[in-house]
Write a protein that binds this ligand. Structure first.
Ligand SMILES: [Mg+2]
Length: 413
C-alpha cells in the first residue's frame, strides 16, 4: 500500500450513546446512571448507556429481558422529536467547519475535510478536537471523531476511540491502524461474512486489506472489493451532501368491508391522515402535495392530487384536503373497498422558511404540531387513542372501540 498521507480527507462524527445522552441532557439527575431508551410501545431497547451495555443489554432486546438484567436502570420512552432538535444543533456546528456534510443518520455525519487544514491553519487532530469541544460546550453531549482518507476508514476511526475521542488515520498509517481492528468491525461485514473470512485466515482488517483483490471478489463479490479499495485508501463511496429523502410517504389500507357510506370512508381517511402526519412529524419532514385515492369494489382506483398551500405535516391541513378530495371523488352509486393518502413533494422541515405572507400559516402549523405532539405522547404513554380527534372517532364509536376521553379535544381551524 503506497499512498501519500492526505490524498483525500473525510471526517466521521458520531455522537456517543446519542438518545441516552439526550435524555441526560434534559434530566441531569440521570447523569452517571444506566439508561435504556425504548422503542414505540416501549417494546424493546433502542439505545442504552455504556454501563447498561456492560450489563449485557443489547439494542433490540425486549424490555422485560433487559429489566431482568438491570432492574435499576432508567427505562425511558423514546422522544424522537426532541432528539431531532439536538441533532439539528449538532449538525449546525459541523456546518460551521465544512460546507460539505452528509447527514448519515440522526447522530452521525460525514464531512469533506479537504483544504480545511490550510483554512484553519491547524492539523486535522486539532480541528477534530475542537469540533468535539465545541459540541460538548454548545450542545452538551459528546461525540467521537475519526478522520482518514476514505469514508470506511473514517467511520472505523471514529469507532476506535469512543466515547469522546479523536482518531486520525493518515494514508501512511492505514496499515498499522487496520492491524488493531477485527474484520467484524469493518462496516458491512456481518457475522456470516466474518465466519467465512476467518475460514480463509482473514482475522484483522489488515489481513483483509492484504488479500489480493481477486480473492476478496471471489469471497464477497463486488461489495467486498469496494470495501477492499476503501480499506486500501482508494475512495469508492462519495459524500452525499443532498439529504436522502423518500419520494413519497403513503398510508393506505383496505377498509375491511365494501361500503357506500361516505362517512365511513371519511373516517378511514382521517385515520390515515393522522398516521401520515405522525410519520412526517417524527421524521421532521413536510409534504407539498397530497394524493387521495379510493379503490372501488371492482379494484379500479380513483385519485385526486392537489398541491398543499404550504409545505406541511399538520394533521388538520391533511385532513381538510382529504375531505375536500373525497367530496370530489365520491359517487353515491359506487361501492368502495379501500382508500389511502400519499404525501408527495417531501422536504426536510425548515423552521422560519415562511415569507411574510405565510406568517399566520406558520403560527397555526406550529400550534397544531405542538398539540399533535402532546397527543402522540399521551397516547404513547397511556395506550393508543386515549385521546383521538373527533372526526376519526366516529368510526371507532360505530365499532364499539372508544377512547377513555371521547370528547372532541381538538377542532379543525
Ligand atoms: Mg452514535
Amino acid at each position: 500500500m503506497l499512498i501519500s498521507n492526505w490524498p483525500n480527507a473525510i471526517a466521521h462524527v458520531d455522537a456517543d450513546c446519542f438518545y441516552a445522552s439526550c435524555e441526560q441532557l434534559r434530566r441531569p439527575d440521570l447523569k452517571g446512571q444506566p439508561i435504556c431508551v425504548l422503542s414505540s410501545q416501549d417494546a424493546c431497547v433502542v439505545a442504552k448507556t455504556y454501563d447498561a451495555k456492560a450489563a449485557g443489554i443489547t439494542t433490540g432486546m425486549p424490555v422485560w429481558e433487559a429489566r431482568k438484567l438491570l432492574p435499576q436502570a432508567n427505562y425511558l420512552s423514546a422522544d424522537f422529536r426532541y432528539y431531532g432538535l439536538i441533532s439539528d444543533k449538532l449538525f449546525a456546528i459541523l456546518r460551521r467547519y465544512s460546507p460539505a456534510i452528509e447527514e448519515y443518520s440522526i447522530d452521525e455525519g460525514f464531512m469533506d475535510m479537504n483544504g480545511l487544514r490550510s483554512l484553519y491553519r491547524k492539523p486535522y487532530q486539532a480541528i477534530a478536537d475542537e469540533i468535539r469541544t465545541t459540541v460538548r460546550h454548545e450542545v452538551g453531549i459528546t461525540v467521537s471523531v475519526g478522520i482518514s482518507v476514505t469514508r470506511t476508514l473514517a467511520k472505523m476511526a471514529s469507532e476506535y476511540n469512543k466515547p469522546d475521542g479523536t482518531t486520525i488515520v493518515a494514508g501512511r498509517r492505514i496499515h498499522d491502524f487496520l492491524k488493531h481492528v477485527s474484520v467484524r468491525d469493518i462496516p458491512g461485514i456481518g457475522g456470516n461474512r466474518q465466519a467465512l473470512l476467518n475460514k480463509f485466515d482473514i482475522h484483522t482488517a489488515a489481513d483483509f486489506a492484504d488479500v489480493p483483490e481477486r480473492e476478496i471478489k471471489r469471497l464477497l463479490g463486488k461489495a467486498g472489493t469496494d470495501l477492499w479499495h476503501e480499506l486500501n485508501g482508494t475512495p469508492i463511496y462519495k459524500i452525499e451532501t443532498e439529504a436522502r429523502m423518500p419520494k413519497s410517504v403513503a398510508r393506505t389500507a383496505s377498509m375491511g368491508e365494501v361500503t357506500q357510506d361516505k362517512q365511513t370512508i371519511h373516517a378511514h381517511l382521517l385515520n390515515h391522515a393522522m398516521r401520515l402526519s405522525k410519520e412526517l412529524i417524527t421524521k421532521r419532514l413536510t409534504a407539498g402535495q397530497l394524493t387521495v385515492f379510493l379503490t372501488l369494489k371492482s379494484f379500479d382506483k380513483q385519485a385526486d392530487t392537489s398541491d398543499l398551500p404550504y409545505p406541511s405535516a399538520d394533521y388538520f391541513l391533511l385532513a381538510s384536503e382529504a375531505g375536500r378530495a373525497l367530496d370530489t371523488l365520491y359517487d353515491p352509486d359506487q361501492f368502495y373497498r379501500a382508500c389511502g393518502l400519499i404525501a408527495g413533494d417531501i422536504a426536510v422541515r425548515q423552521s422560519g422558511s415562511f415569507d411574510l405572507f405565510q406568517m399566520a400559516d406558520q403560527q397555526r402549523e406550529e400550534k397544531h404540531l405542538k398539540l399533535l405532539e402532546t397527543m402522540h405522547i399521551i397516547n404513547h404513554k397511556h395506550g393508543d387513542n386515549v385521546i383521538a380527534i373527533c372526526g376519526a372517532m366516529q368510526k371507532r364509536k360505530a365499532e364499539g372501540v372508544m377512547g377513555r376521553f371521547a370528547y372532541p379535544v381538538l377542532e379543525c381551524s
